[in-house]
Every structure is written in C-alpha cells, then in structure tokens.
Design a protein. Structure first.
Length: 175
C-alpha cells in the first residue's frame, strides 16, 4: 500500500497541497464504520464489484464525502482494495506529517480533553521535539486518570492505573 499512499500524496501535493481534501480524508476514518458496510457481508455473501461500487456510492453520499476523497475511495473499490483504507489513511497522514515537518503523538486519556488542554499538550510536546505535533487522541476510561503519550519510539505513561499497579506490586513485595 506504500506506493498507493505515495502516489496519492504526490497527486495532492501537485494540486497545491489541497488542505481541504486532507481534512476530508482525515475525517473519513471517523466514518469508517459506514464505509466498511460497503465491502463487508450482505446476506451471508461478499458484494460483487458492481454491488460494492453502488453501496460505496450510497455510503459516500450519506457520509457527505465527495471530491478527491470520494474518487480515491472509488479507485480503491474498483481495484478491490477497499479493505486497506484504514492503512492507507494512516500512511497518508504519516507522509503529510513528514512533508510538513510534523511529529505525530498517540495520546490516550481517561476523558475527552478540552481545547485548552490539547493546546497545552501540543505546546509541551513541541518544546520536546522542536516540531509541530499532531495529536491522535484516544479516550480510554480504564486508565482512570492521567494520560499515556507515545511519540515515535518514546512512551510516557502517567496514568493513574499504572501508578496504582505500581503501588499494588510494592505492597505485595513489602507484605
């Protein structure tokens, strides 16, 4: 899928870096449950290529995805590669981030962060990396509180769950 993603990136870059298109594709992964219905099972069988294209067109209309994003998804469908759309979007994001000189951090939090906290986190990570940082925020209530940040090969886990587990192990050793 690397060649598909690179071709897509070059096409978008040639079109003066169509920022709106990237935003649209970036938001597409939020609609993936709808899009997946276009290539999964129906009445216990796989869609044929024609049925898959028709179903995708209906899903794209309902999800309000159009332009380059829709054309790209249709090309993936025509080439029977729609199953790889999640990987393609992830790889495309990485290429765009590399091109823009950005770093990407995966952040896990117990509850959704407000804009003020997101900005503070981006600023703190920028001071560490020296680059603008794009955040992939995932909400996981099981961490109880705090956050887990993965940036490249580094990871910082300041979650309450981890701290409680450390105390639990220390008490077992002391007891």
């Amino acid at each position: 899928m690397q060649y598909v993603t690179e071709g897509l990136h070059q096409n978008v870059h040639v079109k003066a870096g169509d920022r709106r298109w990237f935003t649209r594709l970036h938001g597409t992964d939020m609609r993936l449950p709808l899009i997946r219905r276009a290539w999964t099972f129906r009445s216990g069988r796989f869609f044929s290529a024609g049925e898959q294209s028709k179903a995708l067109a209906a899903v794209l209309d309902k999800a309000e995805i159009s332009g380059t994003s829709a054309k790209f998804l249709k090309v993936l469908t025509a080439n029977r590669r729609l199953f790889a759309v999640t990987d393609v979007i992830r790889a495309f994001r990485a290429l765009v981030a590399k091109f823009k000189g950005e770093a990407t951090a995966d952040v896990t939090v117990a509850e959704q962060l407000n804009e003020k906290n997101l900005d503070a986190l981006k600023t703190a990570l920028k001071s560490v990396t020296g680059k603008d940082v794009a955040l992939n925020v995932k909400v996981d209530p099981s961490i109880i509180g705090g956050l887990v940040v993965k940036l490249g090969s580094r990871m910082v886990d300041s979650s309450l769950r981890t701290k409680l587990n450390s105390i639990k192990h220390a008490m077992k050793e002391a007891g």
